[in-house]
Ligand binder design. Structure first.
Ligand SMILES: Nc1nc2c(ncn2[C@@H]2O[C@H](COP(=O)(O)OP(=O)(O)OP(=O)(O)O)[C@@H](O)[C@H]2O)c(=O)[nH]1
Ligand SMILES: [Mg+2]
Length: 234
């Protein structure tokens, strides 16, 4: 594990309209703000042009790594876990391929890790943060699930469903994550907190995807988020 090295891990499925933009963005931020970094793009058998573009990006940028999951277990959560296992850095940043995460938040997340936090989530529901262009329904679900997790688990942060976050690689190695889907985000924060790791947050503004198709199912995820209550009894 390399010290002062930041590994961006990006789950990618059918993002042919966004993949080039997000890779360019992360390479730019990395070169400007971090001492050493890598960008790990984790594909799950995309059926559009995404994988071909990813190969091109790997050739273009020495910092870009491409991981293709041939596994039958497709899902954002599995992709994040596999990408993180490959990460060389002592600090890992999870960020989405559809350009929803604010560029200005990357250095803030890493700074807070360097101040001693183990996991820092990017939070839309605190002062200085905002849902940006996120739809009202999803914002409602996220805000209320997060408030519920705060109450049940005593988590000290306000946005648990946002996968956008930074953490020390060591704490990832110390927890076992099982959600293959979007529930990986609250699961990780809950388990890290229960293990006594220091969980913090920085404000961020969200941008809803403007290109490509959503993989989020409102009803399914509402139930999945609620089912995490089971960790109360672990
Ligand atoms: N590798 C992999 N990545 C995925 C999978 N499903 C979604 N992703 C990626 O995970 C990130 C989040 O997925 P989104 O579809 O944007 O989900 P969302 O942000 O809740 O919903 P929208 O932004 O409204 O589409 C994006 O970078 C997707 O490309 C998957 O099955 N495998
Ligand atoms: Mg999205």
């Amino acid at each position: 594990m390399k010290k002062d090295f930041v590994s961006f891990v990006v789950p990618v499925f059918n993002e042919e309209e966004n993949i080039e933009k997000i890779a360019n963005r992360l390479v730019q931020v990395g070169r400007k703000k971090f001492y050493e970094f890598e960008v790990i793009l984790v594909n799950d058998n995309s059926t559009d042009n995404t994988y071909a573009i990813m190969q091109k990006l790997k050739k273009k940028f020495k910092e870009v790594e491409v991981l293709s999951r041939a596994d039958s277990s497709k899902g954002m959560g599995y992709a994040l876990v596999d990408g993180t296992r490959k990460a060389k850095g002592s600090i890992v940043v999870w960020t989405m391929a559809d350009l929803s995460d604010d560029v200005l938040t990357y250095p803030k997340l890493v700074e807070k890790i360097n101040k001693g936090f183990d996991l820092v989530v990017a939070s839309r529901w605190i002062d200085g943060g905002s849902r940006g262009t996120l739809g009202k329904g999803k914002a409602f679900l996220s805000k209320n699930c997060s408030a519920f997790y705060r109450l049940v688990f005593g988590l000290p942060v306000h946005d648990l469903t946002n996968a956008f976050r930074a953490f020390r690689k060591e704490i990832f190695d110390a927890v076992q994550l099982e959600s293959g889907d979007f529930a990986i985000s609250p699961e990780f924060a809950i388990k890290a907190h229960k293990k006594g790791f220091q969980v913090g947050e920085v404000p961020t503004t969200y941008t809803d995807r403007y290109a490509g198709k959503s993989k989020f199912s409102f009803a399914k995820m509402g139930l999945r988020y609620f089912s995490l209550l089971k960790y109360r009894f672990y």
